[in-house]
Design a protein around this ligand. Structure first.
Ligand SMILES: C[S@@+](CC[C@H](N)C(=O)[O-])C[C@H]1O[C@@H](n2cnc3c(N)ncnc32)[C@H](O)[C@@H]1O
Length: 199
C-alpha cells in the first residue's frame, strides 16, 4: 500500500525502525517519559480505551497493558517499519498506519489519548490536536509529552513549543488544560488536557 503520509521525518523512522528498540535513547529518554505519562494518567482515572498517537514500536502501549490489562489498546503511526516492530512485540494492541493529522478512528471512541516525543514531527500540529480531541469522548484525557523550550528560544525551532504555546494549542482544540508536569528527562513537558463536554 502506498504510504501517503511520507515526509522527511517519517523517512527517518522508516530507517530507524529495525534498531529503534535497541537505541540508548530508550532508557535515557523514552522510558522515563513513558513512566511519567502513565503515572500522571493513572492518578486521574482508569481508561477502557487507550490510543497512542505516533506510537512508534509500541513500547508505551506495552507499558499501558501492564497498568490496565483490560484496556482496549490502539496505536497510530505513519512509519511502516515502526509498525512492523510494534505489531510483532505488542500483540495486545491493534495498530493503524496513519498520521496524527488524520486519525483513522471514530469520533469519541477513546477515553485516553497519549502521545510521546512525536508532536514535533507533525506537519500540521493544529490539525493533529483537533484530531486528538475529535476521537476523545467528552471528559476523556489527552496527555501529550514533547520537548518544550523557553518562549524566548522557540523561534529557532518552528515545530517545538513553549509550555504556554502548548496550552494555547490544547485550548484551541477544545481541551481544558489540567496540568503541565515536568520537565522529565530535562526538556520534556507533559501537557494534560480534558475534552470539554460542549465541543
Ligand atoms: C521519536 S518517535 C517516538 C515513538 C513513540 N511515541 C515512543 O515514545 O517511543 C516519533 C514517532 O512519531 C511518528 N510520527 C512522525 N510524524 C508523525 C505524524 N504526522 N503523526 C503521527 N506520528 C508521527 C514517527 O513515525 C515515530 O514513530
Amino acid at each position: 500500500m502506498k504510504n501517503t503520509h511520507h515526509t522527511l521525518d517519517v523517512e527517518l523512522f522508516e530507517r530507524w525502525g529495525s534498531t529503534y528498540e535497541r537505541s540508548w535513547m530508550q532508557q535515557r529518554l523514552f522510558d522515563p517519559v513513558h513512566l511519567a505519562v502513565l503515572h500522571q494518567a493513572a492518578s486521574r482515572f482508569k481508561p477502557a480505551r487507550v490510543l497512542d498517537i505516533g506510537c512508534g514500536s509500541g513500547r508505551l502501549l506495552r507499558k499501558v497493558h501492564e497498568y490496565w490489562p483490560e484496556a482496549h489498546l490502539s496505536g497510530v503511526d505513519p512509519a511502516h517499519k515502526m509498525l512492523e516492530v510494534a505489531r510483532r512485540l505488542t500483540p495486545e494492541a491493534r495498530f493503524f498506519m496513519g498520521s496524527g493529522e488524520a486519525l483513522p478512528l471514530e469520533n469519541a471512541s477513546v477515553d485516553l489519548a497519549l502521545s510521546t516525543i512525536s508532536f514535533h514531527h507533525w506537519r500540521d500540529q493544529a490539525a493533529g490536536m483537533r484530531e486528538g480531541a475529535r476521537v476523545l469522548r467528552p471528559g476523556g484525557f489527552f496527555l501529550l509529552a514533547d520537548f518544550t523550550l523557553p518562549t524566548w528560544f522557540v523561534w529557532q525551532f518552528p515545530r517545538v513549543h513553549s509550555a504556554a504555546q502548548m496550552r494555547v494549542r490544547f485550548e484551541q482544540a477544545g481541551l481544558n488544560v489540567q496540568a503541565q508536569p515536568g520537565p522529565v528527562a530535562r526538556f520534556v513537558r507533559i501537557t494534560i488536557g480534558m475534552k470539554r463536554a460542549d465541543d
